[in-house]
Design a protein around this ligand. Structure first.
Ligand SMILES: Cc1cc2nc3c(=O)[nH]c(=O)nc-3n(C[C@H](O)[C@H](O)[C@H](O)COP(=O)(O)OP(=O)(O)OC[C@H]3O[C@@H](n4cnc5c(N)ncnc54)[C@H](O)[C@@H]3O)c2cc1C
Ligand code: SF4
Length: 568
């Protein structure tokens, strides 16, 4: 496979530097390399080559010493990330070490990080939805936050551009609040999901239940194989069937001959040239040797993931920017958002005992937003809205893990599939509040002696009201769909659990109230671009990573065109 060029030490000057190789950095690198720019990707973690470095991708539980359990040493590395429930023995090596990378929770906040080539693109759930003008106009319409400097028409061609290369499966519906992507064939709902869909759509006028739209190939694409429905994605996919930087964008960037990727390179700051009034490069610490090195480039893309990007910008002080690069407005670090999550309902579906399904489909169902749309129910309790993810299935032998029993009858019972179960969980939009913020903490240093982040953010009345409605609606939908034994749930988790952290270096029309312009350039330092979640001006209620991809490709192409015009 790829054999990435990691020989950055021979050359300290490049056309472009990209900080971070996750979902957004991978896209920036691909576009810049394909446009002919010699591009250096600085990645704080190790190299993870597609397939070669997926040690657990085919392991069954019985092939693992602890049957999939974590050792005490592994558990000890994740006192914070472990709360997410996402870290297991088969993917622990893809999660950042909390002890080496501490952060301070002024209010509880769970920060899930992945520090290796590919970042969280190896771990993500691949739910992939376009945003619409419902989202891009929301702030302007209801007065929360500042107006987005772009509209759907500005990003629409870039959604298509990234979707054609990433490979998104789904069903076109023509809904204005959830525009259709350029789709590969959709995955299929199982019999119970089809049944529940029919009931919900009959009972609730204007409500839809669809198969999730996911960055999984349902047809081969560009040498990648189609998804085999084995649902072991967070170990790395041997077929390259789901979108990751490792399988998709970085190999494409590498194929141009223009990519150099330097692992173990912790970017400490962006270096600002006071004379030229722009950035001249970045300063790194070699994670292995502690060496301090400066790399130079004409443009810098900061894609270290929302909060790490803001940490780098806050750390990038100069006479011109004493409070952090691009922080003339005082908004850098503010307006942190996430999605509320894990609130909903579950129940059982009677019948269908003679039916089953094949494989482990790595996808569920989606119920797009239906409240506070132009046509449809309006709420006087909250602004914005929520959508639901979920799915149906039959409980299997794994149910025995929670039962105290033994012997032949017990084992025979476990060989029979259990009842059909179905659940939905809401994802609600979070408003941008100035007081939800992160800032540098110089009292708590990381393993390399660098200041860490303090995170001070919480849900407020609007998010709690959205959650309350999502829970009630979930129950009502399952009741009217005829489910039995319905249970509502609200896990009342803190921010961060949605793993959709957004904001803290928002785009805007006015440099007095925002950090980035409409092309993701830092106000006052236009050769620095931020295209990860830090740039987001509002949070929508749908998953954000497809929007980061499209914004990254759009900004990279803008940067190339500005370089050609000698504007940067
Ligand atoms: C379990 C899970 C499920 C998810 N499901 C979904 C989903 O279904 N849909 C969706 O849209 N999103 C989902 N997400 C979120 C998604 O993974 C992120 O939105 C996305 O990966 C963000 O991309 P990024 O490029 O900003 O950051 P990342 O992918 O996190 O990559 C950041 C990279 O920067 C590197 N880095 C950090 N700091 C530095 C530094 N100082 N110097 C150099 N390098 C640095 C990191 O090592 C990393 O490689 C999920 C996330 C998780 C963990
Ligand atoms: S479910 Fe599909 S994408 Fe996930 S690991 Fe299996 S084949 Fe790959």
């Amino acid at each position: 496979m790829a054999n990435f060029n990691i020989d950055a030490d021979k050359n300290l000057t490049y056309d472009a530097i990209v900080i971070g190789s996750g979902i957004s950095g991978g896209w920036a690198a691909k576009e810049l390399c394909e446009a002919g720019l010699k591009t250096l990707v600085l990645e704080r973690g190790r190299i993870v080559e597609h397939v070669v470095d997926y040690p657990t991708m085919t392991l069954d539980p019985w092939e693992h010493e602890l049957r999939g359990g974590l050792t005490p040493e592994q558990k000890a590395k994740h006192p914070k990330g472990g709360r997410s429930g996402f870290i297991g023995a088969m993917n622990e090596h893809f999660h950042a070490n909390d002890l080496e990378n501490p952060y301070t929770e002024v209010k509880p906040f769970m920060w899930v990080r992945a520090h290796q080539m590919g970042g969280r693109s190896l771990l993500w759930g691949k739910q992939t939805y376009r945003w619409s003008d419902l989202d891009f106009e929301a702030n302007a319409k209801d007065g929360h936050g500042v107006d987005w400097p772009i509209r759907y028409k500005d990003i629409e061609p870039w959604y298509t551009h990234v979707e054609k290369f990433a490979g998104i499966s789904g069903e076109a519906l023509g809904l204005p609040q959830l525009p259709d992507s350029h789709f590969l064939p959709p995955m299929e709902l199982n019999c119970v999901e089809k049944h529940v869909k029919a009931r919900i759509e009959k009972e609730f006028n204007g409500r839809n239940m669809i198969i999730g739209r996911v960055a999984h190939l349902t047809e081969p694409l560009n040498g990648r194989g189609k998804c085999q429905f084995r649902n072991r994605c967070d170990r790395g996919c041997p077929y390259g069937a789901y979108f990751s930087s490792n399988a998709v964008t970085l190999p494409a960037a590498n194929a141009t001959g223009n990519l150099t990727i330097r692992p173990f390179s912790i970017v400490q700051s962006v270096v600002y040239d006071e004379q030229k009034g722009k950035a001249s490069g970045v300063r790194i610490i070699d994670a292995e040797t502690g060496e301090d090195i400066v790399y130079k480039a004409k443009i810098v893309f900061v894609n270290a993931s929302t909060l790490s990007t803001t940490q780098i910008l806050l750390n990038s002080t100069s006479n011109r920017f004493p409070n952090g690069l691009g922080n003339d407005s005082g908004e850098l670090g503010h307006n942190l958002m996430d999605h509320t999550y894990r609130v909903g309902a579950m129940g059982t579906v009677e019948g269908f005992e003679d039916q089953y399904y094949k494989g482990r489909r790595p996808n569920g169902i989606y119920i797009p937003r239906y409240v506070n749309l132009k046509d449809g129910p309006q709420s006087d309790k909250f602004v914005r809205g929520f959508g639901f993810q979920g799915g149906g299935g039959r409980s299997g032998w794994g149910a025995g893990g929670n039962q105290e029993d033994f012997g032949g009858n017990f084992k025979d019972g476990l060989m029979k599939p259990g009842p059909w179960e179905f659940f939905i969980t809401g994802f609600s939009e979070c408003l941008p509040y100035h007081e939800n913020q992160v800032y540098l903490n110089k009292d708590v240093l990381d393993k390399w002696g660098q200041p860490t982040l303090s995170i001070d953010a919480e849900w407020k009345a609007n998010e709690l009201a959205l959650n309350d409605q999502a829970r009630k609606d979930a129950k009502e939908m399952l009741e009217r769909a005829g489910l039995k034994d319905i249970m509502e749930f609200d896990n009342k988790h803190e921010m961060g659990f949605g793993i959709h952290e957004m904001g803290t270096a928002r785009m805007g029309r006015d440099p007095k109230t925002s950090v980035l312009n409409g092309n993701n350039q830092v106000h006052g330092c236009e050769n620095v671009f931020v295209t990860d979640g830090a740039c987001m001006t509002s949070s929508s209620c749908v998953n954000p990573s497809l929007t980061y991809m499209a914004l990254s490709a759009r900004a990279a192409n803008h940067a190339v065109s500005e370089l050609k015009k000698m504007n940067l």
